[in-house]
Ligand binder design. Structure first.
Ligand code: G6P
Length: 610
């Protein structure tokens, strides 16, 4: 969602900004724009569509100037068109601003400005902020003070970068609720909403904190609060490599990320699993050991795919540690006056660590006195910073909008977490050892499934023309059914529903006919026979059954039209393996339909607005 890049230095800004925007394309957006400061004026090109559309009929690289900003916009206020695209300028056209987030009181500010004679071109909240800063500059005559004064009146969230012809040696960046990172190079600085836009130039970065700003000149920078108190601005190192955010020979990031899973899964337990002890070491949780050993209840909050991982986590933790677990959509949690006791532990699961609803949910939980933990992928992200303790999932950068490797890595961490909690309580070393051993075998099992991708592609091609899909699973694999359906709808735009298999008879069974493919997740476990009966019910109504089954299940092919086999593992680990063929199925269906797999319409990788 919305990408920000700003540059100040001695090199030409526009090529650096454009390549940065391209690195941020994965986040999802619908318009883009660039502004470079020429000493006399702002040169702006902005358009609805993709970064490539900006270059049509316009030589972007010809924009001359060593200070500039660029933006990819995901529409919130106003449709995606050229006028609503960022950058926005003040009324004099001397100050340019790019903005991520939402200015909640923009109508009040806009009214004040209209009454004072100021006019607007766009429907955006962001232009209101640009014009407001311009109005303040007209009386204050100092850009930094004008920005700070404007921000002190703003309600809502922002990551902004401001440049101006008034001072072509000044770039101002500020954040509240939207991530911003300052890349510190040699005599040059790049500010961006995501480290992916910075890493080609420098690995040294400062993650701006809430209500912090950076005032940057070619000769140096200061970080301060938006109330003008200087801050320390610690420099940290970006933790991934450039090749991790490139396609590496794959046609899409999503496929690359699916194929990375034997490695990323292993990275999730490397140094953590203690097979001999039947235990797990999670260093990031040592400071909350006491709270975890006395926790009476666990609440897991998340959105999207991470929420599905949380549901698997609920089954795992309740089974292994016998602690009651509640899983909450972050967006619902914060608005329903949740009951939280001091001995509750609240866990936020998030790939990006920036999802606005999840961030708001943990703030709510903290206010109510709970211990708050994070299971996050992006190092240094807001959720990672604002939680009391946590575990990084170590999946590496995930670029494809549809989450794949982050999901299996989340399951890797949740399984270890459940063992860790269980071993603090009644779980025996033998039981812990069996699970640890099972986890250690998963990367090879994932590879076995990936090796079947050609046959999964063939199944996908047979069904790529349908309008609906049903995904059914039970127990640990009910959340996998939800996740399989989500993957398909996200990238192929086929309507898909996930359901607990036994609930089928209370509704979805009415939909079943010869045109309805039904994906059953049916590994050999204690409820296999029940799921098998559900398969027969679908077949009796001429539904098309695609079964995800255990490799030793010799009978399944009698009932299913297609079978995708997954290796034998413990029932609680089957969600990890079953999700792999569902990712591939969704991917191949979407490719066959000609969809933009990595950047599906309307979706964003990191949803930083409510
Ligand atoms: C967006 C993404 C999903 C993701 C969800 C939650 O909707 O498109 O892939 O699952 O946000 O994101 P998070 O970063 O918090 O896991």
């Amino acid at each position: 969602m919305c990408g920000i890049v700003g540059y100040i230095g001695n090199r030409q800004a526009s090529p650096i900004i454009i390549s940065g925007l391209r690195r941020l394309e994965y986040r999802g957006y619908d318009s883009a724009g660039v502004c470079v400061v020429d000493s006399e004026k702002l040169k702006i090109n902005k358009k609805a569509g993709k970064v490539a559309d900006l270059e049509n009929g316009f030589d972007l690289m010809a924009l001359k100037g060593t200070l500039g900003v660029g933006h990819t916009r995901w529409a919130t206020h106003g449709v995606p068109n050229d006028v609503n695209a960022h950058p926005h300028t003040d009324m004099s056209g001397s100050i340019a601003l790019i903005h991520n987030g939402i200015i909640e009181n923009y109508l009040t500010i806009r009214k004040k400005l209209v009454n004072a004679g100021y006019t607007f071109r766009s429907e955006t909240d962001s232009e209101v902020l640009a014009v407001f800063i311009g109005m303040l500059y007209d009386t204050i005559g100092d850009l930094e003070t004008s920005v700070r004064t404007a921000l002190s009146e703003v309600e809502g969230t922002f990551g902004i970068v401001v440049v101006s012809t008034y001072d072509p040696d000044l770039l101002i960046a500020a954040r509240r609720g939207s991530p911003l990172i300052l890349g510190v190079g040699t005599d040059e600085y790049i500010v961006a909403s995501d480290a992916a836009a910075i890493i080609a130039h420098t690995r040294q970065v400062i993650y701006l904190q809430e209500n912090e700003m950076a005032v940057v000149r070619r000769s140096g920078y200061v970080t301060k609060t938006i109330h003008n108190e200087e801050t320390s601005g610690n420099i940290e190192e970006i933790s991934f490599e450039l090749d991790q955010i490139e396609k590496g020979g794959f046609p899409h990031f999503m496929l690359k990320e699916i194929y990375e899973q034997p490695i990323t899964f292993r990275d999730g337990f490397r140094g953590r699993l203690r097979i001999d002890e039947g235990n797990v070491r999670l260093g990031g949780l040592s400071k909350v050991y006491e709270q975890l050993s006395t926790a009476k209840r666990i609440i897991i909050t998340a959105c999207g795919t991470s929420w599905h991982a949380a549901l698997v986590g609920e089954y795992l933790i309740e089974q292994l540690a016998r602690i009651p677990v509640e899983v909450e959509y972050a967006s619902e949690f914060r608005y329903r006056n949740p009951i939280i006791n001091p001995d509750d532990v609240v866990i936020a699961i998030s790939q990006s660590g920036e999802t606005a609803d999840t961030l708001a949910a943990i703030r709510e939980a903290k206010t109510r006195g709970a211990t708050v933990l994070g299971m996050v992928n992006v190092v240094g992200s807001s959720i990672a910073r604002e939680t009391d303790a946590g575990v990084y999932i170590h999946a590496g950068p995930e670029i494809g909008v549809a989450s794949t490797k982050a999901f299996t890595s989340q399951l890797c961490i949740l399984t270890q977490f459940a063992v860790y909690l269980g071993r603090m309580r009644h779980l025996s070393a033998d039981a812990g050892r069996e699970i640890a051993q099972g986890l250690a075998e998963i990367p090879d099992h994932i590879q076995t499934i990936l090796d079947q991708s050609e046959s999964i592609r063939q199944i996908a091609q047979q069904y790529s023309g349908v309008s609906n899909f049903l995904y059914l699973g039970r127990g640990y694999n009910f959340p996998v059914a939800l996740e399989g359906a989500l993957k398909l709808k996200e990238i192929s735009y086929i309507h898909a529903e996930g359901y607990p298999a036994a609930e089928m008879k209370h509704g979805p069974i009415a939909l079943i006919d010869e045109n309805m493919p039904v994906v059953f997740i049916a590994p050999k476990d204690e409820i296999y026979d029940k799921v098998r009966s559900n398969i027969e019910e679908v077949r009796a109504r001429n539904g098309q059954v695609i079964a995800i089954a255990s490799s030793r299940d010799s009978r399944i092919s009698d009932a299913a039209n297609h079978v995708i086999y997954i290796p034998e593992t413990l029932p609680m680990l089957t969600p990890i393996l079953a999700s792999i063929p569902l990712q591939l199925l969704a991917y191949f269906v979407a490719v066959d339909r000609g969809c933009n797999v990595d950047m599906p319409r309307n979706l964003a990788k990191s949803v930083t607005v409510e």
